[in-house]
Design a protein around this ligand. Structure first.
Ligand code: ADP
Ligand code: MG
Length: 707
């Protein structure tokens, strides 16, 4: 007996070519295998009598092989296999081309099922053309014939036929899986029990059975998500947060001093946040706003409110570049506006630690010192990267945790920060520009309250976006030249750093052969930098930026770019999130088809942040219509939400959430999009939490949530 978590090698052995095939396909465990759901079924369920058969039917028959011949056609050199099959109503011929090995499978005297299409030959006789065959077993159990036959997505030499075989073997030797969905829920929605569900989704007796099994799988993950969200909400409601009093006049005075007027949705979001901070229930809020919509200033004002009341604030960014940028923004703001008791500001990343207090007083201090200052509440606002989540970093009075682009942080990291409390739970604000369709947002972030900034600051000109075919490349370069001459700056984004393929997950780097590179023509930062700096724009200052450079180097280059000492910055996707250089007006993206839509959207958001008209050029050598469709979505979409909807439609929910295995019929992820499933899962989660908030009766659910 094997477990659902066992590796597939348990089926046929590590060395078996079957095992290898499955692994190549990304199927590593029995769980993976059983979750490779069919995308449709072929109906071979009715067994016809031979006398009933008509031409051009798709049918299954069962009969005895009474004759078997193999010969070569005389003009062409192909093998023809012919079998004569008989049941108690008559006989029929079956014909296959080029499958001489059939003689080893189809033996005279055997009872065999045949499924396939009927045809008519020159003598007007009906025969079976290339039928699928399956030797009838004693118990009459079949997988390829005489039933609803599952059809799987096939690639890389893994056929539906093999998959059926593997899955049937797996199901047969599988130890019974423990049901984890409460039976009341199964009953209410008519979902099959888990072991049956796996059978029924792969080898259903009828289509409605398959449908119900699929529904169950679509329900599973959404249900868990809803339980998780509810649970999160519930446990927060037991915790106490510091009450951060709101001084409206004081806030108004700050807003009045800003160099710009806040947009209506910035004001509204800020108001929602400030009201939450006044409560003793910990805030758990997502500030969602398109790139460039001005989330930082909202976070900054919320931070000031906290520090004024003597509470500390942590602002965490996903990259060092971004952390430094936030630090600089806050610094500038504090220099600009006049408030009494200006808070001191700290910066902590893996490579730098700095402290800024009072106007223009900044000093570098050691890590050890900064830990002490934080502990003594001498630093009120601390900005940094994940370097902040370390046991050495202890706060004395943490009031607010802000996480920028939180999808880059794991749930655990987030919990670690929240737990750095002594007696009170800090308020939590997460900021994100990742476009997610609204409906999904409510399901996925069901535990968070949401504030939305749905407008850009006034006077922003829409970014002009163009897909540039290879023949217009030189024209685009000319255009960039003109812009730079007028004082503007440009980003050039390439998919790769060097001539290697990086496997992001394993961290392994594979060197490509020249041939592979030639074939792939992936633009890389190093070569592009060489080309642009030496050949195309020798008269301009060109620099490059990528993730393998030392933090110090990176920071210096960003600093120079910000100060317009660099005209063109060639970069990888490190530039993706949050970087703010208002004077840059050109975003040029090489190999655009290699990036996801959300990512491209983020890149484009790096420009169009100042008063000047900005441009985004998408370069792609691909002429597949799918690629063009995707890229056109960027050109057309009016905002991030709209783009997300399009992206979701084009790619399906599986890929939208980063599941790389394309072609998988992703039943589970589809549940997120199915209003009926979402409703059922929400109701079930409420019911469960109300009945058994600590899963005493349902330890399996607690286990699943852990996973
Ligand atoms: P994001 O929401 O993508 O994080 P930022 O907070 O970086 O955007 O803001 C983008 C730019 O817009 C910054 O340069 C910021 O100073 C500016 N900005 C923010 N709010 C306004 C506003 N109401 N009017 C004009 N400019 C603004
Ligand atoms: Mg930002």
């Amino acid at each position: 007996m094997i477990e659902i978590s066992s590796p597939v090698s348990n089926l046929f052995g590590e060395k078996s070519k079957f095992t290898q095939k499955l692994k190549n396909f990304g199927i590593n465990t029995i769980y993976d295998l059983l979750n490779h759901f069919p995308f449709r079924y072929e109906d071979f369920s009715h067994i016809y009598k031979i006398s009933e058969i008509e031409p051009n039917q798709t049918i299954t028959i069962q009969g005895k092989i009474i004759d078997l011949k193999i010969h070569r056609s005389w003009q062409k050199k192909i093998f023809i296999t012919e079998a004569l099959i008989k049941d108690d109503t008559g006989s029929i011929r079956a014909v296959w081309f080029n499958q001489p090995y059939l003689r080893y499978v189809l033996k005279i005297g055997k009872i065999v099922n045949f499924s396939g299409k009927t045809a008519v030959d020159d003598n007007r006789e009906i025969y079976l053309s290339h039928p699928v065959y399956e030797v009838a077993e004693k118990n009459n159990e079949t997988r390829h014939t005489a039933r609803l036959v599952p059809i799987y997505s096939e690639t890389k030499g893994l056929t539906s036929k093999m998959l059926r075989y593997f899955i049937q073997v797996a199901l047969k030797s599988l130890k019974k899986i423990k049901e984890w969905i409460p039976k009341e829920i199964l009953l209410k929605y008519n979902f099959p029990e888990i072991n049956n569900a796996f059978y029924q989704v792969h080898f259903p007796n009828n289509l409605s059975e398959a449908e119900r099994a699929k529904k169950r799988f679509a329900f599973e993950d959404v249900f868990l998500l809803q339980i998780y969200n509810l649970k999160q909400k519930l446990s927060l409601s037991f915790e106490k947060a510091p009450k951060i009093k709101l001084d409206l006049d004081w806030i108004k005075n700050i807003i009045k001093q800003l160099p710009f007027e806040l947009t209506l949705s910035q004001k509204k979001s800020l108001w929602e946040i400030l009201q939450d901070l006044e409560k003793t229930k910990p805030m758990n809020r997502l500030l969602q706003g398109d790139v460039g919509s001005g989330k930082t200033i909202v976070a900054a004002i919320a931070s000031l409110t906290c520090s004024k009341q003597g509470y500390q604030v942590v602002l965490m960014a996903p990259t060092e570049v971004l952390a430094i940028q936030h630090y600089e923004t806050f610094k500038k703001l504090f220099n600009f506006i006049k408030i009494k008791d200006q808070p001191s500001l700290g910066l902590l990343t893996s490579s730098t630690s700095k402290i800024f207090y009072e106007t223009d007083l900044e000093s570098k201090i050691s890590k050890k010192q900064i830990y002490q200052e934080i502990l003594k509440n001498e630093i009120q606002i601390i900005i940094g990267t994940h370097a902040l989540i370390q046991k050495d970093v202890k706060f004395s009075k943490l009031g607010l945790v802000i996480v920028d682009e939180q999808h880059r942080f794991g749930v655990n990291q987030r919990a670690a920060l929240l737990n750095s409390k002594k007696y009170l739970t800090p308020h939590f604000l997460s900021m994100s520009a990742t476009p997610i369709p609204r409906t999904l947002m409510l399901t996925i972030f069901g535990d968070l309250d949401i504030s939305i900034i749905n407008e850009l600051p006034k006077n922003r000109k829409p970014i002009i976006t163009k897909i540039v075919p290879p023949e217009n490349r030189l024209k685009a370069y000319e255009f960039i030249r003109e812009q730079i001459k007028q004082g503007r700056q440009a980003f050039v984004i390439c998919p790769r750093i060097e001539k290697t393929v990086e496997d992001v997950e394993s961290g392994k780097v594979k060197k490509l052969t020249p041939r592979e590179i030639f074939k792939m023509e992936i633009k890389n930062v190093e070569e592009e930098y060489e080309k642009l700096s030496k050949k195309i724009f020798p008269d301009f200052k060109v620099a490059m930026l990528h993730g393998k450079m030392k933090p110090k180097e990176k920071n210096e280059i960003m600093e120079d770019f910000k100060n317009n000492k660099i005209n063109i910055l060639v970069s990888t996707s490190v530039i993706e999130v949050g970087v703010d250089v208002p004077n840059a007006t050109i975003m040029m993206i090489e190999g655009a088809e290699r990036f996801g839509l959300a990512q491209l959207y983020q890149f484009r958001g790096r420009v169009g942040r100042g008063e000047h008209q900005s441009y985004c050029f998408l370069f792609s050598d691909s002429n597949s219509t799918d690629t063009l469709k995707r890229l056109e979505a960027i050109v057309k979409a009016k905002n991030g939400f709209e783009l997300a909807e399009i992206d979701l439609k084009l790619r399906g929910p599986g890929e939208f959430f980063g599941d790389k295995q394309t072609g998988f019929p992703d039943i589970r992820a589809k549940g997120l999009m199915d209003p009926e499933i979402v409703k059922a899962s929400r109701e079930s989660a409420y019911w469960l939490i109300k009945k058994d908030p600590f899963f005493k009766k349902y330890p399996e659910i607690a286990e699943k949530l852990e996973e």
